[in-house]
Design a protein around this ligand. Structure first.
Ligand code: SF4
Ligand code: SF4
Length: 215
């Protein structure tokens, strides 16, 4: 029966995989059925015949060209491969080295981008770029929002989603009724706002506001 090729492994640097006879051969006389090759190969090259207690090469062309790990780990040397010259000869004939130059550049670029992406994600994960506040106090009387604005006007942050809930203007002014103030402090540059949080907290303290929620 012709082996059904796994499309992922159908080519090796542009060469049809079936044209490269690099795959393991199991010597059944030697195989003791330890199953190490069967469970270790990440490309499912091996199947295992439990009735006969033997490893079987089921998907030969899934084998990674040049790899011989299973032969190395087989405790009884029951697995063999062609000579390594075979791969080197194909490399020369098919000019594999010149083909992989661009691939190497692409891979390097991909790795560098991945590093940058990880760094950005780490920075974002460890940074605070938004802080939601809910406060109670005499915000209007103490000109709280004005003072907050003074503190942040030249910074890379802004205050958004502002809500001031007061029962009435006279209630605030004449009878000193407190207001509920909600807003979010956000970075306008996707940068850490920890220092600005400290500044806003100072204004909150100066105005005698009470923090109900800060998330
Ligand atoms: S590792 Fe060797 S002995 Fe063990 S099952 Fe595979 S071929 Fe057989
Ligand atoms: S050489 Fe590597 S890829 Fe090929 S069968 Fe063995 S373990 Fe699997």
């Amino acid at each position: 029966m012709v082996e059904k090729l796994d499309p992922k492994f159908a080519y090796w640097h542009g060469i049809e995989r079936t044209k490269i006879s690099w795959y393991p051969t199991v010597d059944e006389e030697k195989c003791i059925g330890c199953k190490l090759c069967f469970v270790s190969c990440g490309r499912n090259v091996f199947d295992f015949d439990f009735q006969r207690n033997k490893a079987v090469v089921a998907k030969a062309y899934n084998c990674l060209v040049g790899c011989s790990t299973c032969a190395t780990i087989c405790p009884v040397n029951a697995i063999s491969f062609p000579e390594k010259d075979l791969v080197q000869k194909i490399e020369r004939e098919e000019k594999v080295l010149s083909k992989i130059k661009n691939k190497a550049k692409e891979k390097k670029l991909k790795l560098d981008l991945e590093k940058i992406r990880k760094k950005v994600l780490d920075t974002l994960a460890n940074s605070k770029i938004k802080m939601e506040y809910e406060l109670v106090g005499h915000a209007l009387e103490k000109k709280f929002m004005e003072k907050v604005h003074d503190r942040i006007k030249d910074c890379k942050v802004d205050i958004i989603d502002i809500k001031i809930e007061s029962s009435s203007l006279r209630g605030c002014w004449d009878f000193k009724a407190p207001s509920i103030v909600k807003f979010s402090l956000v970075s306008t540059k996707m940068e850490d706002i920890s220092d600005y949080i400290t500044e806003i907290d100072k204004v909150i303290g100066e105005c005698g506001m009470i923090i109900v929620k800060k998330t």
